[in-house]
Design a protein around this ligand. Structure first.
Ligand SMILES: Nc1nc2c(ncn2[C@@H]2O[C@H](COP(=O)(O)OP(=O)(O)OP(=O)(O)O)[C@@H](O)[C@H]2O)c(=O)[nH]1
Ligand SMILES: [Mg+2]
Length: 479
């Protein structure tokens, strides 16, 4: 757990013995949420490739994937001592259910348990997979799916991975769970199934998609979830590579045409049985096939390991995991702690109101615990590191275009809020500490002045946050 969440927990622990039991319970609940493993919700339109990416991220082919609406229930993938599946019903009870063949989540969970699907709230899939260490991954039904339960958009999440098709539009982002409401931080967006939408690596398309979505989700990177899943889950077998090797030796003219289309590939005159071709398509699709054939033509001795390396490199999974680590894990402490502070503040406020009402009704003064909770929240919120959170909120508002700041200042705030080392954030990459400190001090002074020129309140607030961030960086660089 990071330092900010620790601070929130410490405050809660100090507060609990000094308030009434029900309030202590509410305060404890805030603390226990700080201790929870951060969760990443994977969201996006139907069939965008969410579950396939979930499998790649957890390193196992466990989430059901397929054409058409496939994921009907939200599923939480968590780390545990043994593989198991639990069905959590709407009434909160949990029922264990065996995983299906190959360790996959079975279809028609409701039928198997003898309950109606409406009575199922979500699934909890516990896996021994080390990839889930410190991160719970939540797969959701596609947005716009008739089967998507109402609860999904309200799901608690520390971060979201949005998997979008090339045809996505801004409306597809409205249904984002949790963090989207707080702006781009904590949201990583990708163009899924990038192999099916373009012949190149999909980068240009992703940039164009980002432009169309109007910056609400930050940069969009292309991923080929299918190739990542095949490469990391051990799905590819030696006989698959053997079949590819046979294909690699087939008539190049026939192959060239066959690789244009899945149906052509299964019907073409090729020296490999049709059912094997179907399996290869499921594992690799046309792009993966082309990559595999190119590898085996260049190196006939290449095996499963070499092919998986090629597939993984083409999939973009490493870039995605890197972004998730940077943007999500680095921010998690801040987001979760800021949420905790907000919860404490809201609790304090509602207690203050209730006590005031009670005082009017009964004439007796309240216990004053509302003020105690609210004060504790305020002390936490003033802590230095929470300015970072404020900075992210400012950046989110700027990106939404509601402040009308000149472009170069917008860029400056954007850079300052990025999860990067101080020299990059200050805009002097590679500079020494003395130069950096000097620049931070100048920008701190500039922003303070900018905020006090009788500027409107919203600009003054923003300038204050930027000023404090520079001041803190300056202090870090000079001590
Ligand atoms: N070619 C290709 N196919 C993919 C890729 N990712 C997923 N698919 C296929 O696309 C179909 C849908 O993938 P899923 O992962 O089930 O998509 P989803 O977003 O979870 O779908 P829903 O749960 O129904 O909303 C499946 O047939 C996958 O095999 C990819 O990167 N490339
Ligand atoms: Mg799915």
């Amino acid at each position: 757990m990071g330092p900010l969440r620790s601070a929130v927990v410490a405050t809660c622990r100090a507060l609990a013995p000094r308030v009434s039991l029900p309030t202590a319970d509410a305060v404890e609940a805030v603390a226990s949420r700080m201790l929870a493993t951060p969760s990443l919700v994977v969201a996006g339109p139907v069939s965008s490739g969410k579950s396939t990416l979930v499998n790649a991220l957890v390193g196992r082919r466990v989430a059901p994937t397929g054409a058409g609406e496939c994921t009907g229930l939200t599923a939480h993938y968590v780390r545990g001592p043994a593989d198991r599946l639990d069905v959590v019903l709407v009434d909160g009870t949990r029922r264990p259910l065996p995983l299906a063949a190959g360790g996959r989540v079975p279809a028609a969970v409701g039928d198997r348990l003898g309950v109606r699907v409406e009575d199922v709230d979500h699934l909890v899939v516990t896996l021994t997979s080390a990839a889930l260490d410190g991160l719970t991954v939540v797969d959701t039904p596609g947005t716009g799916s008739a089967r998507r339960p109402d609860g999904v958009s309200g799901a608690r999440a520390d971060a979201a991975l949005v998997v979008l098709p090339a045809t996505a539009h801004a409306g597809d982002l409205d249904v984002l769970p949790g963090p989207a409401a707080h702006g781009p931080a904590g949201v990583v967006a990708v163009l899924g199934r990038a192999d099916t939408v373009s012949d190149d690596d999909g980068r240009e398309l992703a940039v164009e998609l980002g432009r169309r979505l109007g910056d609400r989700v930050g940069p969009i990177t292309p991923v080929i979830g299918l190739l990542a899943e095949t490469a990391v889950t051990g799905a590819l077998r030696a006989e698959d590579v053997g079949a590819l090797r046979v294909l690699a030796g087939a008539d190049p003219a026939v192959l060239e045409v066959a690789l244009l289309d899945a149906e052509l590939f299964t019907t073409a005159d090729l020296p490999v049985p049709v059912e094997v071709r179907v399996r290869l398509l499921e594992l690799l699709d046309l792009r993966g096939l082309a990559l595999g054939l190119a590898l085996l033509r260049a190196d006939t001795a290449a095996g499963v390991g070499e092919l998986c390396e090629v597939l993984l490199a083409a999939s973009g999974l490493a870039t995605l995991v890197g972004r998730l680590r940077d943007e999500v894990r680095a921010r998690t402490d801040l987001h979760a702690a800021a949420a905790g502070v907000r919860e404490l503040a809201a609790l304090g406020e509602s207690l203050v109101r209730a006590e005031a009402q009670e005082a009017t009704d009964t004439g007796s003064p309240g216990r004053g615990e509302g003020t105690r909770v609210a004060d504790a929240a305020a002390v936490l919120a003033r802590r230095e590191a929470f300015t970072e959170r404020a900075l992210l909120a400012v950046r989110a508002r700027l990106r939404a275009g509601s402040l009308g700041l000149p472009a170069e200042l917008l860029d400056e705030v954007d850079r300052l809020a990025a999860p990067a080392p101080p020299d990059v954030r200050i805009g002097r990459a590679g500079a020494g500490a003395v130069e950096l400190a000097g620049h931070a001090a100048r920008r701190a002074a500039w922003w303070r002045a900018y905020g006090s020129w009788g500027s409107p309140r919203r600009i003054a607030d923003l300038a204050h946050v930027v000023h404090r961030t520079y001041a803190r960086l300056w202090r870090e660089l000079t001590t």
